[in-house]
Design a binder for this molecule. Sequence first.
Ligand SMILES: *Cc1c(COP(=O)(O)O)cnc(C)c1O
Length: 365
Amino acid sequence: MIKIAQPQIGQEEIDAVSAVLKSGQLASGHNVLQFQKNFAEYLDQGFCIATSSGTTALEITLRALGIKKGEKIITTAFSFIATANAIVHAGGTPIFADVDETTMNISTDSIEQIILEQSGIKAILVVHLFGQSCDMDKISEIAIKHNLLLIEDCAQAHGASWKGRKLGTFGDAGAFSFYPTKNMTTAEGGMVVMKDEKLAKLASQLIQHGIKERNQFEYIGYNYRLSEISAAIGICQLKKLDHFNSVRRENAAYYEEKIKHSDIIKPIEVPGAKHVYNQYTLRILNDKRDAFINYMNRNGIDVSIYYPYTIPEQLCYRSTDFLEKDYENKLEVANRIKHEVVSIPVHLGLMEDEVERIVTVINQF
Ligand SMILES: *Cc1c(COP(=O)(O)O)cnc(C)c1O
């Protein structure tokens, strides 16, 4: 079976982890500091704080930005559920926007519509879905115009950019995940990127129980630290990230050129965006998705649906009072494409003949 994801762990990572294990310093130490520094240098701006996961990075970002209980944050209905959960854990209220049909990213029209209809919006939390930038010109303009905080969920977009500038550096803050299916991994882990150095300091306190100095605690914080073991993996992975992304982009370019099928819409890289293809997500038209998935699996190719449900229709959100009454009607595009999307393998572990075989199999569907 050709897998949908495959983390790339080399001898370098194994040696780095083994050095940490032998050192006796397992919890946050100099590897974490080094990883944070390297990541900030990679992005070229901002202040980085490593955390235990992408979800905790998002939550800490919102806490450090001062989101208060019940404050409304506009986010996309079509993402991994952690995006919205982080808002709720930070005390905020997610307001779900629809997506753009071509990119599947949050729709700027939908954001503007919500701002028009509702008062008390405090922030916009965008997700660069599947590795492609949202329209950061338009979204930054909306945030400035309405005096809203802007946060980027970059969990699928390490190294992706908008008009040459790395994602995670447009908003007041960004958050990354290093889960094994992402463009780089630390096993579990995350990174907060803050534009403001003082807020980065606050974030670093919050992930360590709100510590001020030894034995003195200024805030009621959390233990959301990254371990030295994970940081050591992260340092190695970050060095390879550009290579990882270029292979993903080569695989995607091959699919773009070769996949030809009247029932299939391929993803589009929009002008200005450098896509890093955390997922290569097709849309299968005419109610043929189930048949497509069965067919691919029969041919030994693992595919996966990201995402079969919108976040607000998940059981855990249906029973909350976050949802507006007519939210379903507002999510017209998301509610349509969730029946069409399917992601195919695009990762580094694919051999050349496997990429070719995936194309041949798809074109014969
Ligand atoms: C993976 C992911 C997260 C959560 O990251 P974890 O490290 O799994 O906590 C958040 N948002 C998006 C869009 C993701 O893909």
